[in-house]
Design a protein around this ligand. Structure first.
Ligand SMILES: NC(=O)C1=CN([C@@H]2O[C@H](COP(=O)(O)OP(=O)(O)OC[C@H]3O[C@@H](n4cnc5c(N)ncnc54)[C@H](OP(=O)(O)O)[C@@H]3O)[C@@H](O)[C@H]2O)C=CC1
Ligand SMILES: CC(=O)N[C@@H](CCC(=O)OP(=O)(O)O)C(=O)O
Length: 393
């Protein structure tokens, strides 16, 4: 690679964001070369692999979280960003916290030119997403954060989402993106269905325990709580400050749409049908999620065995941490990070255990796991751009 002058370095690496604004304005191959040179000069050894990324739904919570995470990614540059009502606006007017970064303006999906884009994060509402992904060109790698491609059984999709699936062929192609469980399949996927936040927090602790036959698949009770950002940024009456603050609201009782997604993942682990009791709650904090899971252990199994199995299953994993000595997983301990913290406790009822699992709904529950998955698809280390310590307190 040829040397690069310090002046071009200055122009193109003025921010730690690796992708100059011009990417969104149609400067194609030439910009890629400049990016390569600049990144190389700044000490990144493999930046010739720079990937151009589109963020669909960049004016929402998960979209803006993708933008935040990509600010520290040495290989992914932002080529375009879309919005719906906010199309046409600069990001600084939508998200002032991102105004220190040089990013393309928001455009409508219909105006986006994907010919020079390699991959997209699709951060759009479910239902809408399948129609939009159907219209995207085939060369794109897609990580979809919505629920549209998560359920393998189309009749189940119709039952829980109240409409027939409008892209069944794509649905067949999609790979479920629970990274620690389906890593090898994800590496070869073109379309990844990123898991929901509740299903991530529930499946990470339960899948290894069910696979090892340590917990009974009947009698699984999940009491889950989410910060309000889990519901997205659009205005809804039940999300008003006055409705949410100083209170706890259960919702979707007996019929939340994450039930079939959780049961699908646990059934794959068990090799037979699994039915769970699941109740989500909205809790007055902006981000964070806790699932408290009550299980019956298999005969002769002790809480220590569950703990040992989880330690073993996740010993090589960076982002799933099994705590020791009765330490309590807290949402503060994962805020702003891609970590899932888990611990297991003996229940006072003999034969039962209590598992606590926490994630940041916007990171491991959405945009962080999506980035982990796109890293895998693009052949980069899975943790690239995901080295954050929690914002504590
Ligand atoms: N929030 C969370 O914690 C999690 C969310 N998810 C899923 O990720 C997806 C995005 O969620 P989130 O970021 O919270 O949602 P938001 O409501 O915050 O953002 C939605 C985004 O989609 C755009 N949009 C809305 N309608 C359309 C449309 N018809 N055509 C094109 N773009 C549209 C919005 O643009 P505009 O702002 O201009 O209206 C906005 O950019 C959803 O499917 C959600 O269920 C998954 C895991 C966790
Ligand atoms: C607090 C809150 O409202 N949370 C959302 C789940 C967020 C999520 O994971 O949604 P998707 O399945 O659409 O990706 C809900 O309960 O519907």
């Amino acid at each position: 690679m040829s040397a690069v002058s310090s002046s071009s370095l200055c122009i193109h690496t003025g921010h730690s964001w690796n992708n100059p604004k011009e990417f969104g304005r149609g400067r194609k191959q030439q910009d890629r070369k400049l990016l390569v040179k600049c990144s190389s000069k700044s000490g990144n050894p493999s930046s010739q692999n720079a990937v151009r990324v589109g963020v669909l739904g960049a004016s929402g919570y998960t979209g803006s979280e993708v933008l935040r995470l990509l600010a520290n990614h040495p290989q992914f540059g932002i080529a375009l960003m879309t919005a719906d009502r906010k199309a046409g606006q600069p990001i600084s007017s939508v998200f002032p916290h991102l105004s220190t970064r040089d990013l393309p303006d928001l455009i409508a999906v219909k105006d986006a030119n994907f010919s020079d884009v390699d991959a997209v994060f699709c951060c759009l509402p479910h239902g809408t997403t399948q129609e939009i992904i159907k219209g995207l060109p085939n060369h794109l790698k897609i990580v979809d954060l919505s629920a549209d491609f998560r359920l393998k059984d189309l009749s189940e999709y119709e039952e829980w989402y109240g409409q027939p699936h409008r892209a069944p062929d794509l649905q067949k192609e999609a790979v479920y993106g629970l990274t620690e469980v389906l890593r090898e399949e994800i590496k070869n996927a073109r379309l990844v269905a990123n898991p929901g936040c509740y299903p991530t927090s529930v499946q990470l602790p339960l899948v290894p325990l069910i696979k090892a036959g340590l917990v009974e698949i009947k009698n699984i009770i999940i009491d889950a709580k989410s910060g309000v950002s889990g519901a997205g940024r659009s205005a809804k009456e039940n999300l008003l400050f006055t409705e949410v603050t100083e209170g706890l609201n259960s919702y979707g009782v007996t019929r939340h749409r994450h039930v079939p997604e959780i049961e699908q993942g646990l059934a794959d682990a068990a090799g037979s049908e699994v039915t769970v009791s699941f109740t989500p709650h909205l809790i007055p904090m902006s981000r964070g999620m806790q699932s408290t899971i009550y299980v019956e252990m298999a005969p002769g199994v002790r809480t220590e065995d569950l703990h040992r199995q989880l330690k073993l299953s996740y010993q090589e994993e960076e982002f799933v941490v099994v705590l020791e000595n009765g330490a309590i997983p807290r949402t503060h301990s994962v805020k702003g990070t891609n970590y899932c913290l888990i611990n297991v406790f003996p229940d006072r009822i003999p034969g039962r255990a209590i598992i606590i699992s926490v994630i940041d709904n916007l990171v491991k529950g959405a945009s962080g796991q999506a980035l982990q998955n796109l890293n895998l698809i693009m052949g980069f280390p899975e943790n690239l751009g995901l080295h954050y310590l929690p914002l504590f307190p």
